[in-house]
Design a protein around this ligand. Structure first.
Ligand SMILES: [Zn+2]
Ligand SMILES: [Zn+2]
Length: 272
């Protein structure tokens, strides 16, 4: 009964919009970003000033870095095949089911201000929900930290490909904001596709440990977005290193709730 209902809804259009476009967007942004940073990690050893944790690469030789990256790539592929890609399809399917008259709203393109507003709302909502889950569930419940989130923290000097190294349970936890956003915000199809691209790329960049376009004061003053991005990359690097503070990815919630890693400076007895 249910199966025949689903198959009656299914046609070439749905396959294209529910599977092909979201998955292609995700895979291209994920592997494209990983490729760029992996090439940098393996070839730019002399330009190590680009790294947040200077000296982190020279502690390891290129062969070891390569071995680590290869291992992470294999884990990435496994997790994507068994968890990320099926979840992404289920997720779009949920949106399709909840949309009125089961019609695909994919062809609808809203006005530019509406798109921007919805995109910013999505980013803020995602950041708030993830901050709460990351801090109160994954870190502050010690049993969950040890059994689930610790796996993501094993890498103290994360590389780009380490962004997805986590326990499968954490991958499920990370889909909670998406489900809530889909129900409450109900983004337009193309806004959501752009959001998939943004969130995938941003998450990889903050795990890269690379100071984008070089951490040079003059360049930073000319282009303030580079300064902001570099600060966010440093923040997440510190989070991996000390396992405390910097629970958000955009800093403002950590400022608001006084949970920046540097706020725990005394208890960690280190200087930042
Ligand atoms: Zn991380
Ligand atoms: Zn964490």
């Amino acid at each position: 009964m249910v199966l025949s209902w689903i198959s009656s809804l299914w046609n070439d259009n749905t396959t294209f919009y529910i599977i092909i476009i979201p998955l292609t967007t995700y895979l291209v942004s994920h592997w494209g970003t990983c490729l760029v940073f992996t090439i940098l990690d393996l070839t730019l050893k002399p330009l190590e000033d680009f790294k947040v944790q200077q000296g982190s690469i020279s502690k390891l030789d290129t062969w070891l870095v390569g071995k680590h990256i290869l291992k992470s790539i294999i884990i990435n592929l496994k997790l994507q095949f068994f968890f990320v890609l099926p979840l992404l399809v289920i997720h779009r399917f949920q949106f399709w089911i909840q949309s009125k008259e089961f019609s695909l709203e994919t062809q609808l393109i809203p006005s530019f201000p509406k798109m921007i507003f919805q995109f910013i709302t999505l980013i803020l909502s995602q950041e708030f929900i993830l901050y709460c889950l990351h801090r109160f569930i994954l870190h502050e419940i010690d049993k969950i930290f040890q059994k689930v989130h610790k796996k993501h923290h094993l890498q103290k000097y994360p590389f780009c490909v380490d962004a997805l190294i986590m326990h499968p349970v954490e991958l499920l936890v990370d889909t909670i904001p998406n489900i809530i956003n889909m129900i409450i915000i109900q983004p337009y199809f193309w806004v959501h596709i752009f959001f998939i691209f943004y969130i995938t790329t941003f998450n990889l960049i903050i795990h890269s440990g690379f100071l984008i376009f070089y951490n040079h004061p003059k360049i930073q003053n000319w282009i303030p977005i580079i300064k902001i991005l570099n600060q966010l990359i440093k923040d997440h690097d510190l989070h991996h290193q000390y396992e405390i503070g910097n629970y958000g990815t955009m800093r403002f919630l950590d400022y608001l709730f006084k949970t920046r890693t540097r706020d725990y400076q005394k208890s960690l007895s280190v200087n930042f």
